[in-house]
Design a protein around this ligand. Structure first.
Ligand code: ADP
Length: 638
């Protein structure tokens, strides 16, 4: 038979497995990293879009807030009261100031909120919309402010600054006021200051950190508010002091540095805020990465910057990385599962094919064996047939032999039987003759008496002949329940005359019906006739002639019928050769030497046996062993 292919390696060797595992881990790691990076990239892109949108909103809010008062200085410039005031020499200005103040106040009230004022060419406030307040700007020197310097030189200016009077930040628009009568010379500066309260309020409402930075990188407005007046990078004190004096009413700048580089932040840049930076705004923390996106405000030197916390992107990227690794793992498991299933299916297929081959082989062998067995059975049947035939022949021969033995016995008994029959026959003849005579004489009574005796004698003869007929009948052995005492009586009956003639004492210690054997009655009787005949022969020359019968149960459970005589017993040689065919000590013509051999064969056929030995008081003793009638699976006694 072919060897099974199951020897294909189902597992990798140890080092290969470790290598495979390591490669798998590296692949998973790389995949996780790739997914993380990809997700982070798209997350940042999305965040950038959101920040850009936020910047748009902020920019438009700032623009509308800051520029809505940009045209006011033009209106101021055209007002005759203002022009009169500015044209007047310094000592006369007080006269014209009131009209100018009133105009500015009205204009301011009308426009809702901003402070409007006019400076002379020295930078002194000569008219102001807030003239009615005690802390008004009248007389204040704002010549240090950058917008003044530009405007007085004829250039409109605008910028963020903190005034030194109220310390209030604002966005200033300055326009030179020219006098057409003096060759369009600059005679003063009209200024409007927009308060940034609304902007601040909206600014602080920002969720993400956001800044407005001026051209000096100073933070003008911030959420969180602590970052106001901070610088993006550390700066020299002198420069900061100067800016502070000019623009921030001496307010100290740069005490806090955000320490971030926003060059390139127009497209978004990743920054890490320093550890010490904290904000009131919830979620603003130092030591975290933020996406900073900046935008220049058109018309100003300002930049707006918004910071977006990258943590959600990181979390999302980590989630995506984990998910992709898990998905890949699942895919891998799925592939492995499918492979395993395929392998199992292949294994099953191979096993099935193997089984089929084994089956075919088995069937072939069975067929071979069956053929062999059929031959053997046919041979056996032939042999059995032959044996049966041989047995039949043997049995027939045996039957013939038994019959021959019977006839031999009958032959030996012939003299006795003749004598037995001739006696009554003679008596019958005499009685019949007498009966005729008595009838002639008319003595019917005596005739009747004689005839009655004749009848009795005939019956006696009939009995003898009947027994002989039964004994001589050639019949196949048929087992039945046989009363041993009856069988003994039947055999003794055949020797009745001889026993009496030879004066033999018969001890028949048998109760009728006490011992029932399972055998053929006729054949048992034949055995007994043989044994009794031999015993009588052995006792012929003896003074004491005693024949005794007794039955006992052998240890094997068989019935043991002992037939003992007081004859001459056995010589040593006779004892060893008794059952040899044709062994006889008798004269030629008296014995064939087959009786005991046939008797033992007959008994063994029943399942019994025949044993011989010396009798206790001298003489011979034969034991006939017979199977007992059990009554369970045997027929009832007939
Ligand atoms: P046969 O009677 O024709 O000789 P058996 O087989 O019946 O043949 O007996 C064989 C021999 O066994 C006898 O010749 C005799 O010597 C011996 N034998 C048988 N029965 C007795 C007996 N009761 N006492 C002594 N010898 C016996």
């Amino acid at each position: 038979m072919n060897r099974p292919k199951a020897l294909l390696p189902t597992t990798l060797p140890q080092p290969h497995r470790a290598l495979g595992l390591a490669v798998l881990l590296v692949v998973l790691l790389l995949l996780g990293l790739f997914s993380y990076r990809l997700s982070e990239h798209f997350g940042i892109e999305r965040m950038r879009d959101a920040a850009s949108h936020q910047l748009d909103i902020l920019a438009s809010a700032i623009d509308s807030e800051v520029t809505r008062h940009a045209s006011i200085p033009s209106a101021v410039e055209l007002n005759p009261d203002i022009l009169t005031l500015l044209r007047a020499p310094a000592e006369e200005q007080d006269v014209h100031q009131a009209a100018a103040n009133h105009f500015l106040q009205k204009l301011n009230d009308h426009l809702g909120g901003p402070a409007i004022f006019v400076l002379d060419t020295s930078g002194r406030v000569v008219a102001s919309s807030d003239w009615i307040f005690s802390d008004n700007l009248l007389g204040a020197d704002l010549s240090y402010m950058p917008f003044f310097r530009n405007a007085v030189q004829g250039t409109p200016a605008r910028h963020y600054a903190v005034d030194s009077v109220r310390q209030e930040p604002g966005y200033y628009f300055a326009l030179p006021v020219r006098d057409e009568k003096q060759d369009w010379r600059v005679i003063g500066v009209a200024v409007v200051k927009s308060g940034l309260h609304e902007l601040e309020r909206r600014w602080l409402a920002q969720e993400a950190p956001a800044l407005i930075v001026d051209s000096n990188d100073v933070v003008l407005l911030a959420s969180p508010p602590e970052w106001r007046y901070a610088t993006l990078q550390p700066k020299e004190h002198a420069a900061l002091d100067q800016i502070g004096r000019q623009q921030f009413a001496g307010h100290p700048l740069g005490e806090l540095s955000l320490d971030i580089d926003l060059s390139g932040a127009g497209d978004g840049v990743l920054v890490r805020l320093p550890k010490h930076l904290r904000g009131d705004l919830q979620g603003v923390k130092g030591e975290r990465q933020y996406l900073a996106l900046s935008r220049n405000l058109p018309g100003t030197a300002w930049r707006i910057v918004v910071f977006s916390d990258l943590r959600p992107v990181g979390v999302q990227a980590a989630t995506h990385a984990a998910l992709s690794v898990a998905a890949f793992g699942c895919l891998l498991l799925g592939v492995l599962y499918a492979r395993q299933r395929r392998r199992l299916a292949r294994g099953r297929e191979e096993a099935r094919a193997l089984l089929e081959r084994a089956n075919q082989e088995l069937e072939r062998k069975v067929e071979e064996r069956t053929a062999d067995l059929s031959d053997a059975v046919a041979g056996l049947q032939r042999e059995v047939g032959e044996r049966q035939r041989a047995e039949q022949i043997l049995r027939a021969a045996q039957d013939e032999l038994v019959q021959a033995a019977k006839l031999a016995v009958l032959g030996q008994m012939a003299t006795g039987i003749t004598h037995e029959l001739s006696q009554p026959l003679g008596a019958i003849r005499a009685l019949a003759a007498n009966a005729v005579e008595f009838m002639r004489r008319g003595d019917m009574a005596t005739t009747e008496k004689n005839m009655a005796i004749v009848e009795q004698l005939i019956e006696q003869m009939g009995n003898i002949i009947g027994q002989l007929k039964t004994f001589a009948r050639k019949s196949p052995a048929v087992n039945s329940a046989v009363d041993v005492a009856q069988a003994v009586d039947g055999a003794l009956f055949l020797f009745d005359a001889r026993l009496r003639r030879e004066g033999v004492t018969v001890d028949r210690n048998l109760a009728s019906g006490a011992w029932i054997a399972w055998c053929d009655r006729n054949r048992l009787q034949q055995v007994l006739v043989n044994l009794i005949g031999n015993a009588l022969d052995a006792m012929q020359g003896e003074a004491v002639r005693r024949l005794s019968f007794s039955v006992d149960r052998a240890s094997s459970g068989q019935l043991a019928l002992a037939v003992a005589d007081s004859g001459f017993g056995f010589t040593e040689e006779a004892l060893t050769r008794l059952f040899e065919p044709f062994f006889t000590t008798k004269q030629p013509g008296e014995g064939l030497g087959l009786g005991l051999t046939i008797s033992r064969d007959i008994l063994r056929d029943f399942g019994g046996d025949l044993l011989a030995g010396p009798a206790p008081g001298g003489g011979a003793r034969f034991v006939v062993l017979l199977p007992p009638f059990t009554g369970e699976d045997q027929e009832k006694p007939s």
